[in-house]
Write a protein that binds this ligand. Structure first.
Ligand code: GBH
Length: 441
């Protein structure tokens, strides 16, 4: 880690942290919440590595006051959280459950009182189970249900949420949720999962219109990106790189920014008018970045048109993901060069890493690797701004150690350590470090 001082960021740069509902809230049966696909999945034996569920998670539903105080202590200007659709519409359709919305109403007011901008994600993968039973995102109707839900949320919170994020990582929800079955709802459709891409994008576009009708705040989507590192120089390797890029980096961005689907995705179930709905202008592109991906040509007869290969020569996080801060600069300049005028300002809506983070004898948690990780990635953002990319915010994943999907409680991403037996929160050394960065704004 360089000792040079962190360069200053532009005035008004949004400093934040991110979380998501199912990963922190708990309160699975509180105040009329219905089941989501993640409740079903986590309660199915064999799906989660440690057999845990999000029934309690960080019990944030009952401890949000303490958690907002932790955010205020960081001095951040924004908090990205997600709203649990099954709290708002337990059956996935129909009138809102007012008690479910009350929770977010209080959270938003507490944030504003602490001087923190609420940034609300509407869908971070927790689809109401009754909608899944009706076909889920494979069913076009779910896009319309999503827009109705967006309308109910905006009717209640539209005067106070400062930025809306429609979907979180629709690529991961399609690929891990419906392609390989590692995430809920656990379907194994490989490329037949493509309608899930189109219906999520259509839901996004319809939700943008619903949000605009109720709220003057900005609207965004949070996509995940992974730059390609080609591990070979043949034409076949280059073709594999292009195929991975189309799937991971362009499938959810080309149509959003008015280019239609990239080559190879002509099978998406597009109807007349859909592409215009999807390309409705957005105010911010949310970028979730973790690492680049090594790609080479697949073996003859392999099911995918590329082979993913672990990148050598980099430090690794506790999740075994390579630490490549310059990949973030590369990604940001790639977005800028590829989409040009069509690209809205970018906010990094997730950036972070998991380590073991064991408390020492005095109960303190020292996480120098996380400090080095965040330092490197913030410098990469700063360098991209110097390159001419309009980046207006950075959100650390995550405020708290939380329930990491199929990995259960085995991966800790927080600036704040959580003891999942006692629910005691302990700020790590990275919390103090991030507070010092934020204090420079
Ligand atoms: C995000 O997904 C989610 O939005 C969030 O809920 C989650 O908790 C957080 O990230 C941390 O996982 O195989 O070594 O190349 C992240 C999606 C997909 C990013 C897998 C890293 C592969 C690493 N991730 N990816 S590697």
């Amino acid at each position: 880690m360089t000792t040079a001082p962190m360069p200053a960021f532009p005035a008004g740069f949004r400093w934040g942290v991110s979380t998501s509902a199912y990963q922190i809230e708990g309160g699975a049966d509180a105040d009329g919440r219905g089941p989501s696909i993640w409740d079903t999945f986590a309660h199915t034996p064999g799906r989660i590595v440690d057999g845990s569920t999000g029934d309690v998670a960080c019990d944030h539903y009952h401890r949000h006051g303490e958690d907002v105080a932790l955010m205020a202590g960081l001095g951040i200007s924004a908090y990205r959280f997600s709203i649990a659709w099954p709290r708002v519409q337990p059956g996935g359709t129909g009138a809102a459950n007012p008690a479910g919305l009350d929770f977010y109403d209080r959270l938003v007011d507490d944030l504003l009182a602490a001087g923190i901008d609420p940034v609300a994600t509407l869908f971070h993968w927790d689809l109401p189970q009754p909608l899944e039973d009706a076909g889920g995102w494979l069913n076009r109707d779910t896009a319309h249900r999503f827009a109705e839900y967006a309308d109910l949320v905006a009717a209640r919170l539209g005067d106070r949420v400062k930025l809306w994020i429609t979907l979180n990582e629709p690529f991961i929800h399609m690929s891990l949720g419906h392609g390989t079955g590692v995430h809920a709802p656990g379907r194994f459709l490989l490329f037949d999962a493509l309608p899930v891409a189109h219906h999520q994008l259509l839901g996004h576009g319809l939700a943008v219109a619903a949000l605009r009708a109720r709220s003057t705040s900005g609207v965004a989507i949070a996509n995940n990106y992974s730059p390609v590192r080609l591990l070979g120089g043949t034409d076949a390797d280059r073709a594999a790189g292009a195929a991975y890029d189309a799937l991971h980096n362009r499938l959810f961005t080309d149509p959003l920014l008015g280019r239609g689907y990239p080559p190879g995705f002509e099978d998406a179930p597009v109807r007349d008018g859909d592409l215009d709905i999807i390309a409705a202008p957005i105010d911010v592109l949310g970028v979730n970045y973790y690492n680049p991906t090594g790609i080479r040509a697949p073996e003859e007869g392999a099911p995918l048109p590329f082979e993913m290969v672990p990148l050598e020569g980099y430090p690794r996080t506790g999740f075994d993901w390579p630490v490549v801060p310059e990949g973030l600069r590369e990604l940001l300049t790639w977005l800028h060069d590829t989409y040009g005028e069509a690209l809205p300002p970018i906010q990094i809506t997730e950036s972070g890493c998991a380590y073991d983070d064991v408390p020492d004898a005095d109960g303190r948690v020292h996480d120098p690797e996380r400090i080095a990780y965040l330092d490197g990635h913030l410098r990469a953002v700063r360098a991209a701004i110097d390159d001419g990319v309009d980046v207006t915010g950075y959100f650390v994943w995550s405020l708290l150690d939380n329930w990491e999907w199929a990995e259960g409680f085995t991966k800790r991403f927080g600036l704040v350590h959580v003891d999942f037996d006692t629910q005691v929160r302990t700020p790590k050394s990275s919390y103090a470090w991030y507070r010092d960065q934020v204090g420079r704004r």
